[in-house]
Design a protein around this ligand. Structure first.
Ligand SMILES: NC(=O)c1ccc[n+]([C@@H]2O[C@H](COP(=O)([O-])OP(=O)(O)OC[C@H]3O[C@@H](n4cnc5c(N)ncnc54)[C@H](OP(=O)(O)O)[C@@H]3O)[C@@H](O)[C@H]2O)c1
Length: 247
């Protein structure tokens, strides 16, 4: 009986992996953290605040701003099996009102933050037999949408980074990207601030609702885990049918 107990613990410890979720304190990142913890993994969350993150023995919060400081990698384990970079932005303005500083800000948080994060933990990802990087784009890269010039340009760069790194880091590290449409998170708060706004926004989708963080976390945990071990360099639309179906 005792042997069986130790054997079970040994198998569980072997299956337990270490994940770093940058921006795991709210929204999509938080939903990914919850799903990974349900699966029994160790999750390190890096964000400026704890946000809605609850205390849990499998969760370690590392307070840092990806743009301001070098990442505090000493707080992380030697081996990482996965990294998701979730910080992003939604600034929708007519092109004539977009200053170049806005383009720079969007580029910084969406692309350069991801570059900085990946470079900081690359050795730790290489320590694992197989590891996975997950980045976020937007539906507005593959489908032209008015007022999205700045964010679409920045996320277009993220899609380029995804494919380029996937080629360079194969076969040990896989790199994939999710391109969501409107999802109910604090980032989209202004667009979905009432039940009426959320319903009206949802009605514009072929699948008749906006996304929920859990929708994205389902795909994200698949891409971070071994089940997707033959998949790299992909940008996957998760958008209620918006990018490909007529409404
Ligand atoms: N929600 C949508 O409708 C939507 C649509 C298309 C694409 N996306 C993309 O999906 C991804 C996730 O979006 P989301 O809606 O879940 O965003 P969110 O709710 O705003 O969450 C962003 C997370 O990133 C952290 N963060 C932001 N700036 C940071 C910084 N400088 N340093 C460290 N951490 C930082 C935030 O925590 P702190 O504030 O505590 O630092 C938070 O944990 C983004 O890349 C976004 O562009 C979202």
């Amino acid at each position: 009986m005792l042997e069986c107990y130790f054997l079970t613990n040994l198998i569980l410890a072997h299956m337990q992996k270490n994940y770093l979720i940058i921006g795991g304190s709210t929204g999509i990142g938080l939903a990914i953290v919850k799903r990974l913890v349900e699966q029994g993994h160790n999750v390190f969350v890096l964000s400026r605040t704890k946000g809605q993150l609850e205390d849990h023995p499998l969760i370690t919060h590392v307070a840092a701003d990806v743009l301001q400081e070098s990442l505090p990698v000493d707080h992380l384990p030697d081996t990482l099996h996965g990294l998701a970079y979730c910080p992003g932005s939604i600034v929708l303005k007519p092109f004539r009102a977009l200053k170049t500083t806005q383009f720079l800000e969007d580029f910084e948080i969406n692309l350069l933050g991801a570059v900085k994060a990946i470079q900081a933990v690359l050795k730790k990802l290489q320590q694992a037999d197989q590891s996975s990087i997950l980045l976020f784009s937007t539906v507005a890269v593959g489908k032209g949408m008015p007022f999205h010039a700045s964010i679409a340009a920045a996320k277009g760069a993220v899609e380029g980074l995804t494919r380029s790194l996937a080629a360079e880091l194969a076969p040990g590290i896989r790199v994939n990207c999710i391109a969501p449409s409107l999802t109910d998170t604090p980032l989209a708060g202004k667009l979905l601030s009432s039940a009426e706004k959320k319903e009206a926004a949802g009605a514009r989708f072929p699948l008749k609702r906006v996304g929920e963080p859990q929708d994205v976390a389902n795909l994200a945990t698949y891409l971070l885990g071994e089940e997707s071990s033959w998949m790299s360099g992909q940008v996957i639309g998760l958008d209620g049918g918006q990018s490909t179906l007529a409404s």
